[in-house]
Design a protein around this ligand. Structure first.
Ligand SMILES: Cc1cc2nc3c(=O)[nH]c(=O)nc-3n(C[C@H](O)[C@H](O)[C@H](O)COP(=O)(O)OP(=O)(O)OC[C@H]3O[C@@H](n4cnc5c(N)ncnc54)[C@H](O)[C@@H]3O)c2cc1C
Length: 425
């Protein structure tokens, strides 16, 4: 009898989860596990994960535990590092191997290396991009150095993702693990701010797979892909962009499923430049994940990929930026929205990040750390890739993006509604 452990990471779902499906196919008994890291403080002096982001992840885990129970399985919750939990657990239940998704970021790679160093057999599967790596016409190290070249080559070769997998049948829990499974400890969720563009913890915006699938379904049913391109740079409201990112980031939604359903929508309701643009943006997501694979730790150099000198920093200005007290009404509105709700639209992220880097002359890594703490959709590869891009230390062919905040306010908040909405914390 084969006993395996499936360790959920940023793939908190049953649908389209090839690593989980492989574990289910190999196991007679399977223990689903999630290990939450212990709280940490960043070198910039604030908690690495905000209460709101912890709560969103908690709601995703609750949804996962419920879905597993409905199949007669369950989810074991632990906290610490993987290496502090798994060796003893594997020996306690006689598990012969650990299955999990592969994540290219350095800390997540280190976690698996530490498990292997303990003598555990770890099978990790790459599964979080739309496009399978072996469908691409280049090896990891030869990824095109600009997004446009990447997209053009993908489109010229008509590369498409494989169809998403259905949820697998879960093998029973190992007998020795049954008494270990306890409900997830309750957590107080912060209140919803009525101004929020992603109003978690309203039930429709909970982190679970069920909420993610329902959100995607209503987004398509309401025909919103046909207005996406025109509205995606909005600053306020639920519908101006897809709002899929928090679920994609914790993995309660698979990008391949999104694309499959988008294609079904286009077959029924027609293809438009606007619906195409969702694919275009999802390709950015793939690009940053593949860039992480290509460059590994080099993406974390203070001077980015060109390994320039460390950037300047101004701690007092950084504090004012985080607190929404720079004195620039648009920037302050954005920073208040971020801290209060955990969400910020793409345009406002760009404007706020550019302001920190180019106007306040602060270290982009401090800004990236604040986004990490706050964003419900925090995804290390996306955050790092976007910050480096804006700082001109990544793969931007124009060598960085400096946004004029007054021009941006005039273009994207001409009536001042957004600045007024967030004029108070
Ligand atoms: C400084 C900065 C930091 C960012 N940090 C993150 C992060 O931690 N996690 C994250 O998911 N996104 C991040 N983004 C990218 C982008 O802002 C969000 O993905 C998007 O705003 C999420 O809202 P949405 O799902 O409604 O997006 P939509 O506009 O509806 O886009 C659909 C999907 O396309 C992908 N996408 C869109 N824009 C980008 C982009 N610029 N880069 C990569 N993928 C994109 C996302 O998966 C998104 O869910 C960051 C952008 C900037 C400028």
């Amino acid at each position: 009898m084969t006993t395996l452990i499936y360790c959920f990471r940023d793939d908190l779902r049953l649908h389209d989860n090839p690593a989980l499906t492989a574990a289910c196919q190999q196991a007679d008994y399977l223990l689903p596990l999630h290990v939450s890291p212990l709280p940490q403080t960043t070198r910039w002096g604030f908690a690495r994960v905000s209460a709101r982001r912890s709560a969103f992840r908690h709601s995703a885990l609750q949804g996962l535990a419920t879905a597993l129970q409905q199949q007669g399985s369950g989810l074991l919750h632990a906290s610490g590092s993987l290496a502090s939990v798994l060796p003893a657990l594997a020996s306690q239940i006689d598990a012969t191997a650990i299955y999990c998704e592969d994540i290219a970021t350095p800390e997540e790679q280190d976690e698996l290396a530490a498990l292997r160093a303990c003598g555990l057999a770890v099978h990790s599967h790459w599964q979080s991009t739309l496009l399978a790596r072996d469908s691409l016409p280049w090896a990891d190290a030869q990824l095109p150095d600009q997004f446009t070249r990447f997209r053009q080559q993908v489109e010229a070769a008509a590369i498409q993702p494989a169809a998403p997998l259905p949820p697998p049948s879960l093998p029973p829990l190992p007998p020795a693990a049954r008494q270990l499974i306890q409900p997830l400890a309750a957590m107080d969720y912060p209140a919803v701010d009525p101004r929020s563009s992603f109003p978690f913890p309203d039930a429709a915006f909970a982190g679970s797979e069920a909420a993610a699938l329902a959100h995607l379904a209503q987004y398509l049913q309401r025909g919103l892909p046909h207005s996406y391109k025109a509205t995606r740079n909005g600053l306020h409201g639920i519908d101006y962009s897809s709002k899929l990112s928090p679920w994609l980031a914790c993995g309660s939604l698979s990008a391949r499923l999104v694309l499959q359903q988008l294609h079904a929508f286009e077959t029924e309701h027609g293809h438009s430049d606007s619906s195409y643009w969702l694919w275009f943006e999802l390709l950015w997501r793939d690009y940053f994940k593949l860039l992480q694979r290509q460059h590994g730790r080099r993406l974390y150099h203070p001077g980015g990929l060109p390994q320039r000198a460390s950037p300047p920093h101004n701690p007092a200005a950084f504090q004012r930026w985080m607190a929404g007290q720079t004195g620039h009404a648009l920037i302050d509105a954005g920073m208040r929205e971020l801290a209060t709700t955990g969400y910020l639209g793409n345009r406002m992220r760009q404007i706020a990040a550019s302001y920190l880097i180019h106007e306040l002359q602060c270290d982009w890594r401090a800004g990236a750390a604040w986004f990490e703490a706050c964003l419900l959709d925090y995804d290390c590869s996306q955050n790092q890739g976007n910050w480096l891009y804006l700082a001109g230390l990544g793969t931007d062919p124009r060598g960085g993006r400096r946004f004029n905040p007054d021009k941006q306010a005039a273009e994207y908040d001409a009536d001042g509604h957004y600045r007024q909405l967030w004029s108070q914390p």
